[in-house]
Ligand binder design. Structure first.
Ligand SMILES: NC(=O)c1ccc[n+]([C@@H]2O[C@H](COP(=O)([O-])OP(=O)(O)OC[C@H]3O[C@@H](n4cnc5c(N)ncnc54)[C@H](O)[C@@H]3O)[C@@H](O)[C@H]2O)c1
Length: 379
């Protein structure tokens, strides 16, 4: 049912990526499209953030609590944004649904496929919607690439490769107890380069390839860790759907930080999409150069528009994450990543770098191969 009043939106988890959600929420609240219903985080918000909430009309009365359950019970928001550690997503989403709330849930939506199925059933049972935080799904460049593939503008699809080379300090894995963990206190976390930092890479590649929910997805994995305590920080995976390979090769231990790129290999055309910057280049089968309309739609704005008018489709409904969850579940079952041999790692400016990995991830995406098939010296 469409909602006519400004929606009341609560935010759970205000630090880390929650700061981005708080900015988005305050921007929308500034237009009058929504009202801030409340914030919850055991760590109080930064004084500047709190001051911005208090400066809103009615902001003096916005509850800011340590406990999410108490907040949800007290304010019963129309929409709850959950931007907390992966293993807390399902319990917090449940609380929000029980309080009568729709969800904007950060990625990855849950820490296992079983949890994903439970959440999907509970969202449907509650008659609510759940948008997942794959923000690249709002990209016009990504939508254009997906349309070109679907229309056969590149000829038959040979495969999709993604390469990602990021630089992360060791402190990245020490920032929180859950960082780089497969489990914590007996519950799955499933954090790693494939399932978290580069989750967008896989989810976006699956979207560009047009893989629907319910598709049969084969998964071959090669996962290594250098600085991560358990999860992968350097990995390659090949998903196979209907005989088409989708290869994702990524590292958080690169010599140089580069924008990740999705390479779409058609029989007679090729695209390159930087999904973090919405840059699309390439050529179609008829030799035409490809460009794309710039910009992207924001997930919260889209969710609000959808709730006001259900004819507006959600950009990333929970069900659309099912193909990605096959990767996450395979990673969870694979367990802790294999330790990278020390000889493959050098220290540069006090951080670990896998020798040659910047080039290797790119070759995996070009050749649609796993590290071991190149082969990489360590695999
Ligand atoms: N969409 C993106 O590009 C993007 C980028 C980074 C992180 N994320 C996702 O955002 C989520 C949070 O990641 P992060 O790196 O910001 O984590 P973080 O650990 O840095 O911050 C999480 C925040 O949640 C709070 N929190 C923890 N448990 C809570 C609870 N029960 N109730 C209320 N607040 C709680 C913490 O105190 C902290 O302030 C993860 O799912 C992550 O994958 C998404």
């Amino acid at each position: 049912m469409a909602i006519d009043e400004p929606l009341r939106v609560a935010l759970i988890g205000v630090h880390g990526y929650g700061q981005v959600h708080l900015d988005g929420l305050l921007r929308l609240a500034g237009t009058g499209a929504v009202r801030v219903a409340g914030l919850a985080d055991p760590r109080p918000p930064a004084p500047e953030s709190l001051a911005r909430v208090r400066a809103l009309p009615g902001g003096a009365d916005v509850p800011v609590l340590a406990d999410a359950a108490e907040l949800l019970e007290r304010v019963r928001p129309d929409v709850t944004i959950v931007s907390t550690p992966i293993h807390t997503h399902l319990p917090l989403a449940r609380l929000a649904l029980a309080a009568g709330s729709h969800l904007l849930l950060e990625k990855p939506p849950t820490a296992s496929m079983a949890q994903f199925r439970e959440l999907s059933a509970e969202v449907a049972g509650a008659g609510k919607v759940c948008q997942v935080g794959f923000q690249s799904f709002g990209s016009r460049a990504l939508a254009h690439a997906a349309r070109l593939v679907a229309d056969g503008a590149l000829g038959p699809l040979r495969g999709v490769g993604v390469h990602g080379a990021w630089v992360r300090e060791r402190a990245y894995f020490a920032r929180a107890a859950w960082a780089g963990r497969m489990e914590l206190d007996g519950v799955p976390v499933t954090d790693g380069a494939l399932t978290n930092a580069f989750a967008h890479a896989t989810a976006s590649a699956l979207r560009v390839a047009g893989v629907p929910a319910g598709a049969d997805v084969g998964v071959e994995l090669q996962r290594y860790r250098v600085a991560s305590p358990e999860g992968d920080d350097t990995a390659s995976v090949r998903l196979t759907v209907g005989g088409i390979p989708i290869v994702v090769a990524v590292t958080l231990c690169a010599a140089e930080h580069r924008m990740p790129v999705i390479v779409v290999h058609g029989e007679r055309g090729r695209l390159e999409l930087e999904y973090t910057t919405d840059t699309l280049t390439g050529r179609t089968a008829d030799g035409a150069e490809v460009g794309a309309p710039p910009g992207r739609e924001v997930l919260l704005d889209n969710l609000v528009a959808h709730l006001h008018d259900p004819a507006v489709p959600l950009l990333c409904p929970l069900a659309d994450c099912e193909p990605f969850m096959h990767l996450l579940e395979a990673v969870r079952r694979d367990g802790p990543a294999r330790a990278m041999p020390p000889a493959a790692v050098e220290e540069i400016d006090g951080r670990p770098v896998v020798v040659g990995v910047d080039d290797l991830v790119r070759r995996c995406a070009e050749d649609l191969t796993l590290f071991a098939e190149l082969p990489a010296p360590w695999s």
